[in-house]
Design a protein around this ligand. Structure first.
Ligand code: HOZ
Length: 429
């Protein structure tokens, strides 16, 4: 038995499913999860001493690669000065200024501890601002695990087959309306029926929790106009896309400005952080300035701020990195497509910049239904083979692949070689 297997056996006795977040249990692909001991650059190392090329990157934040020197030095320095004060710090001001400077639609920002908290608070703020209760979300988009948003959710909720969670009182979701991603008509329908009651439309500008589904041309712009027409707010959940598709996130990439934005893990450079921000007039409603209450002892934690400042500063100072990373990613995902075609594997490779997904599907994937049509059995076989060959992929068809600055051309080429070896085994099943 491997150390990972032994640890998993122990873990399931004391942690539900043996993991602290459902997708990590490998339930969608089978087998015991790998227990990770350390990471450096583009590599992960498990408790058994195996090395993996990592395409999870802690689900996005490790855009500089693991163990970035800038981030580590700043974090260690912050640790020596104190782990938590529960009081205002200069680092929070520096962090807020960085976010506002890099994302022009954000004029004020509030730090929280996770993407879940960021989204939940952004929605409360939108409801407070508009005096309305209803929100529109998209089927297959995942916005964290707060009650009102576990409606037709993506990510782990999609994998474990509980897109609507148990334990959520009907009252908590009665104001959540679902629409179809990339289908403006479905959003228009909601506005036509009850536009005056809709506080906000929340969307992942690139849906990255049902695999990766790019917005079709005009979709984000259409949401912007509908919100303007009906006096609703547009909220972008940039937990995955923020500071990844470019310094200005998806909103900079697609040139559509939301009223509010939720950020997550990436602004913590690997530490637990989230933030929400947007138009000054809206954010001025947040306590203690306004009547929308939200608080937290660990919000703006000095160690997390140190990591975030180091990562965002590096990204701001080297904006050319995005061009390099995205170009490398274009080539890599294009090569995967070519490889699959060569081997006659029916598949769709979706990607936007350094975010991508290989779906084992015959038809284009543009929304939840087409994502669900992919062959998850085939994915499971392929994913197990890839991991066995030393390529660590998210253990679910409905999660993204993340590239980092540490994924050199050599590492990507090696991945393609390993992928070619794996395809045969996974096709046979
Ligand atoms: N919901 C996360 C990915 N979209 C997974 C988080 C985790 O397991 O760490």
């Amino acid at each position: 038995m491997t150390k990972s297997e032994a640890l998993f056996q122990e873990a399931v006795q004391v942690i539900p499913g043996g993991v602290n977040s459902p997708v990590r249990a490998f339930g969608a692909i089978g087998g015991a999860p790998k227990f990770i001991k350390s990471a450096q650059g583009a590599y992960l190392y498990d408790e058994d001493g195996n090395q993996y090329i990592d395409y999870v990157g802690s689900w996005g934040p490790m855009i500089l690669g693991h163990g970035s020197k800038e981030v580590l030095e700043r974090v260690l320095d912050a640790c020596r000065r104190g782990l938590s004060f529960g009081a205002a710090t200069a680092a929070e001001v520096e962090m807020a200024k960085l976010v506002c400077e890099m994302v022009p639609s954000v004029e004020m920002v509030r730090m929280v501890n996770s993407g879940t908290e960021a989204v939940m608070s952004a929605i409360r703020t939108a409801r407070g601002f508009t005096g309305r209760d209803k929100i529109v979300k998209f089927t297959g988009c995942y916005h964290g695990h707060s009650d009102g948003l576990l409606v037709k959710a993506g990510s782990g909720a999609m994998t474990v087959g509980t897109p609507d969670s148990l334990g959520v009182p009907a009252g908590c979701t009665k104001d959540t309306l679902s629409a179809n991603y990339n289908d403006l008509g479905s959003v228009k329908g909601h506005f036509a029926r009850c536009g005056e009651e809709i506080a906000a439309v929340i969307v992942e500008p690139v849906a990255a929790n049902m695999g990766v589904v790019p917005p079709m041309p005009g979709f984000l712009e259409g949401l912007r106009s509908l919100c303007d027409d009906y006096g609703a707010l547009l909220i972008f959940d940039e937990v995955i896309t923020g500071f990844r598709l470019g310094a200005g996130g998806a909103q900079g990439f697609y040139q559509v400005a939301p009223d509010l934005t939720a950020f997550g893990k990436i602004i913590g450079g690997g530490m637990p952080v989230g933030a929400y921000g947007g138009r000054r007039q809206v954010m001025e409603l947040v306590a203690p300035l306004g009547g929308v209450y939200q608080a937290g002892t660990l919000s703006g934690n000095p160690v997390a701020m140190a990591a975030g400042i180091a990562q965002l500063t590096a990204l701001r100072e080297h904006s050319e990195w995005y061009g390099q990373l995205n170009a490398r990613a274009d080539w890599f995902f294009g090569s995967i497509e070519a490889l699959m075609e060569k081997r006659g594997v029916p598949c769709q490779v979706n990607h936007v910049g350094s975010l991508g997904c290989v779906y084992f599907a015959k038809e284009k994937v543009t929304d939840y239904e087409s994502a669900k049509a992919s062959d998850t059995e085939m994915f499971a076989r392929y994913c197990r083979e890839m991991i066995a060959h030393g390529v660590y992929l998210a253990p679910s068809q409905f999660e993204a692949m993340f590239l980092s600055m540490a994924h050199t051309e050599g590492i990507l080429l090696r991945t393609l070689e390993l992928m070619e070896e794996c395809l045969e085994q996974s096709m046979i099943g």
